[in-house]
Design a binder for this molecule. Structure first.
Ligand SMILES: O=C(O)CCC(=O)C(=O)O
Ligand SMILES: [Fe+2]
Length: 317
């Protein structure tokens, strides 16, 4: 597959008092299944996430990233202590081969609030509002995956994800806003915006602006562009879903390159990402017989331990 499919979620909409039928669930689940089992990425349209809230999260993020670096560093994420705050350029390297990755980001705490960080109230409020807006669509995806994997309990993934509603549940779920600054003429060799990587969790919800540059590696190792489609969101699979599905839903690698065109190099890029993880206590063990050739390839692992180890190898400090 060398295009990322578009799936219309209108049949699962609960707006205007609608209740999706069993047939609606089965047909949407089949489309999600086809996309995620082949290329690991899917665009969703009619996802019911408020466009105004998306814009507000992008605008407040831009305002933050345009502040002087000394101000932003007051909020620095110290990954030895906590998993929130500002990640400055060079602090996080997703692919060791890329050497340099030109990117800044800000991770939002799910339940921690510090008075010291009050100055960032509008950034935090807008992004947390968007995160709340993501809950219904996230649950729909988790249910569609359980239907596709023919699990007896269609709420299996939702039940393993109490952290969606209860932020005191330990999990590595993270909500992050990302800023790719403009690229100057002095770019060092092997610089990319974001190195090739798979996400570590179950599924990721990704919002991007209209600049482009995100690419997805398909099963033939060909890089396929995830061209921005207005009004859509992207969903992709993470490592833990690959394990849970016995490799049936591969955790697809993706990257963001530096554009070749001079004008686009000078354009900043923004994205906002919700990495959904199960609760830390979840034990992840293959659940399906859909991919029998991969039998026994995936051993049981603990969700929290797995994410901790992956993150430890990503952060330089
Ligand atoms: O910026 C993007 O479009 C992709 C971000 C991403 O893949 C990540 O942060 O894991
Ligand atoms: Fe990613």
């Amino acid at each position: 597959m060398d295009v990322i499919p578009i799936v219309d979620f209108v049949k699962l909409s609960t707006q205007n008092g609608r209740t999706p039928s069993r047939e609606d669930w089965i047909s949407v689940a089949a489309e999600v299944d086809k996309a995620l089992s082949s290329i690991g990425f899917v665009y969703l349209i009619n996802h019911d996430i408020d466009e105004v809230k998306i814009s507000r999260a992008f605008e407040t993020s831009k305002q933050f990233f345009e502040l002087p670096i000394e101000v932003k560093k007051k909020y620095l994420k110290d990954s030895t202590k906590h998993h929130y705050g500002y990640v400055c350029p060079g602090q996080e390297l997703l692919n060791p081969e890329s050497v340099h990755e030109v990117r800044e980001s800000y991770d939002f705490p799910f339940f921690y609030k510090s008075d010291d960080w009050k100055e960032n109230a509008s950034l935090e409020a807008a992004n947390m509002e968007l995160k709340s807006e993501c809950k219904p669509v996230l649950k729909k995806i988790l249910k569609a995956l359980a239907i596709s994997l023919e699990l007896q309990d269609e709420d299996f993934f939702i039940n393993a994800s109490k952290n969606i509603d209860d932020h005191s549940q330990g999990s590595y779920s993270a909500f992050r806003t990302i800023y790719y600054p403009q690229i100057g003429d002095d770019v060092e060799p092997n610089t990319v915006r974001l190195g090739a990587h798979s996400d570590y969790g179950v599924v990721t919800i990704l919002f991007q602006d209209n600049v482009g540059g995100l690419q997805v590696r398909n099963v033939d190792s060909k890089w396929v562009p995830a061209t921005p489609i207005p009004g859509s969101i992207l969903i992709n699979t993470g490592d833990l879903l690959e394990f849970w599905s016995n490799g049936y839903y591969p955790a697809t690698k993706h990257r963001v390159l530096i554009p070749e065109a001079e004008l686009r190099k000078k354009t900043t890029r923004q994205s906002i990402v919700y990495f959904h993880h199960p609760d830390d206590s979840a034990m992840v063990t293959p659940l399906t017989t859909k991919n029998p050739t991969a039998e026994n390839a995936y051993e049981e692992i603990n969700a929290g331990e797995y994410a901790k180890n992956r993150l430890n190898s990503t952060y330089k400090y």
